[in-house]
Structures are given as C-alpha cells and as structure tokens.
Design a protein. Sequence first.
Length: 143
Amino acid sequence: MDKLSNFGKRLKDLIEEKQITPDDLSKAINYNQVYHWLAGDYIPSFSNLIKIADYFQCTLDYLTGKESESLSDTFKSCPSFAERLPFVLKAKGFTIYRLSKLTKIDKRTIYDWLHNLYVPQLDNLDKIASVLDCTLDYLVGRE
C-alpha cells in the first residue's frame, strides 16, 4: 500500500470513528478538498497534515499509516521546519551533506527548507524521518 492509499484509508477511518462527515472536517480545518484526500488523489500539505493530526489528536505516523495504533494526546505547536530541522540534525549528529546523501534529497532543497522558502512534502518528511530514525512528530517538533 502506498502513502496516498494509507493516508486516505486512515483519514476515512478517523472520520468514521469520530462520527463526522468530510464536510465537518473541511470546516474544522478550513480546507475544502478533503474528498480528494479520501479518494487518494493527493496528500495534504505540511500545514494541513498538522491540522488534521491536531484535530483527531493523533500522531502524524498514525495518520500516515506508519503506526498501527492511535495515540490520543495533545501535542505542542510546531515550530517552523526551518527552525526544527537544524535542531534535529544536531541532536542526531547529521550534517546537511550526510542527510542529502542518505535521503537522495538535493542539498539545495534542504537549504531552501532551512531558509523557510518552502516546507517538505510528506514523501520527503518520510525519507528524513527514516534516515534519522525518528517519528514524523519528532521531526516536525510536534512531540
């Protein structure tokens, strides 16, 4: 099962468990494309992933299908990825060069994240978390 279908299935399950409609979720997170996520057309942006996980009070790893059990909890607000990535790299003993080499993500892309030009999508977050051996929530500072 790929990331799109994992995410879509998990989101559908969470919506059913909470006994809401996709429209209810759309209103709650202020985004009207929930049906595209459920259909597996695409994965939400970084900020919408956080909003969805916060709404359902679950980890990003559960939401994306990387964990099989849901942890109900309240998570702290995330710092910007530009702030968080240097902290995580230092904590894990990684350089940008080593991260780029092991994830096969171009160094320029990583520098763009560090300069807050844009944030990574789920596929790159997943690569980074795997290489750094951490959860998605730890990676983005939602621990």
